[in-house]
Design a protein around this ligand. Sequence first.
Ligand code: R5P
Length: 293
Amino acid sequence: MADKEGIKVEKNYYVDKPFKVDGNFHVKGASNLDWGMKKHLTNIFSPKSGNTVMFAFDHGYFMGSVSGLERLDILIPQLIDHVDVLMATRGALRSCVTPNFRKGIALRVSSGSSMLNDDLSHELVSVDIEDSIRMNADCLAVQTFIGADGQLSSIGNLSKVINAGNKFSIPTLGVIAVGKNMERTSQYFKLATRIVAELGAHIIKTYYCDDFDEVVAACPVPIVVAGGKKLSEKEALTMAYKSIQGGARGLDMGRNIFQSYHPAAMADAIGKIVHNKFTDNEAWEFFCEKTKK
Ligand code: R5P
């Protein structure tokens, strides 16, 4: 193993130079993957914009019934036409979502914690590859706790899922979890996103932070940004805009959509930033226009 002290750290991320690998596929780091992987990634990332709006409503896997997600049978039909991908558990999808839609599926496949635990970092792989295939998953979402108590098992879960997904050409989405005692700094996110990408994840979900363009530059696969706790709609649109400006290839947003009084309009406004190059102000005006009475 390399000596931690002896490594010379050259902090040049070449943020102004686009990622370049031979091949012409629209998803970062995926040019050398096989046809099946590329098809799943195309179900997630638009070939036109290269980006995605993922709607995350997998919170119930550890939070139970969250405000805004009490009735998935009522919420999802309102939102499905306004997003590119549904990120959810198999239980929510099978019980509450009729499979008559043409959107991507990001299937949550790790679990093992609940809000009643102090330490949420101990999970296991709870959905096997056969059931993921039955669900027609376009990617397999695994929570990864770098630097937390459960890091070893978490990396074990991630690796197990990547190995299984690779056998059947299903990409893995590494979800970077931030433990209670960790700071949301670019230093931490550079470490965590790069580790998860090097372990073989095809997409990384993380949070926006200062120097986000450096986090993106150092990560060889696409980053999608989590929404995090509920902000005002204007603040959430600004965060989305800064994320895309910083090089994110999309948003994987939950509470800032489903806890809005206007979830569909919010998803549409996010989509304008993600796919149509809207600024945050333009998206805000669009949102106001759509929601005015
Ligand atoms: C959390 O572990 C889940 O992966 C959520 O999907 C994620 O936190 C995104 O939702 P939000 O935008 O509400 O943070």
